[in-house]
Write a protein that binds this ligand. Structure first.
Ligand code: NUP
Length: 219
């Protein structure tokens, strides 16, 4: 993923025309568009390739299965045109290794979830998040997903993975996190959904967050 605005749009709309319109509008202001079950289940997997023609696509399917099933899922996602795929780390090294192998064949990237951004992540995930960050680092994936809602955890995860792999960070806006704080804590990209796609003017909202990120870097 080319690092420019350092903003990723989470496009969790369920209408095909709206999805394509917003993608066209924010093109140039986001480095990637993350799409997941809401949009793909509503419109079909061809939407992946349609959006990828405009902006690189990260497929957020949080893949979490045995290696053989993971392989079948990865092949479908990358054949559909996704540039990257988000997978879970808790299934362990063999499942992750399989995802990385399929991604390599397609010239695509894998991002591993460490600790999620919502409050429930404290129930189970936070306890093993650092181990999953280490697993991701060992597997030489493109990056990990870490919570903008807890910048101190972004910082901790950065200290584990070093600077070789990236951090993409959701939880900005509606979930309470700040784009500037996440970037200052060590995130390479922030992921923003509702604050952009529910705005009256998604392009303007994306531009404003991109500016906030730039100002945080320039400080
Ligand atoms: O830990 C995570 N938190 C999170 O919100 C991992 C994610 N993949 N996400 C996703 O990021 C979530 O599914 C949604 O697509 C996006 C955040 O959207 P919003 O809260 O900015 O609307």
């Amino acid at each position: 993923m080319i690092k420019d605005t350092r903003l990723i749009l989470a496009l969790d709309v369920t209408d095909r025309h709206q999805a394509l319109k917003i993608s066209q509008d924010v093109k140039g202001y986001v480095d990637a568009i993350k799409i997941g079950y809401p949009l793909v289940l509503a419109t079909g997997k061809d939407i992946i390739g349609e959006i990828a023609e405009m902006v690189p696509v990260i497929a957020d399917f949080k893949v979490a299965d045995i290696p053989n099933t993971d392989r079948l899922i990865c092949e479908q996602v990358f054949s559909a045109g996704a540039n990257a795929l988000i997978v879970h780390g808790f299934t362990g090294s063999d499942s992750l290794k399989t995802c990385v192998e399929v991604a390599e064949v397609h010239g695509a990237d894998i991002y591993v979830v460490t600790e999620m951004s919502h409050p429930g992540a404290l129930d189970f995930m936070q306890k093993v998040a650092e181990d999953m960050a280490q697993l991701a680092s060992n597997a030489k994936v493109a990056g990990v997903v870490a919570p903008a809602t807890r910048p101190e955890r972004v910082q901790k995860i950065r200290s584990i993975i070093g600077n070789d792999i990236a951090i993409i960070s959701p939880g900005v806006g509606v979930q309470g996190g700040s784009a500037a704080d996440a970037i200052k804590a060590g995130a390479d990209w922030v992921i923003v959904g509702r604050s952009i796609y529910l705005a009256d003017d998604p392009k303007k909202a994306a531009m404003e967050i991109a500016k906030e990120i730039k100002d945080a870097i320039d400080q």
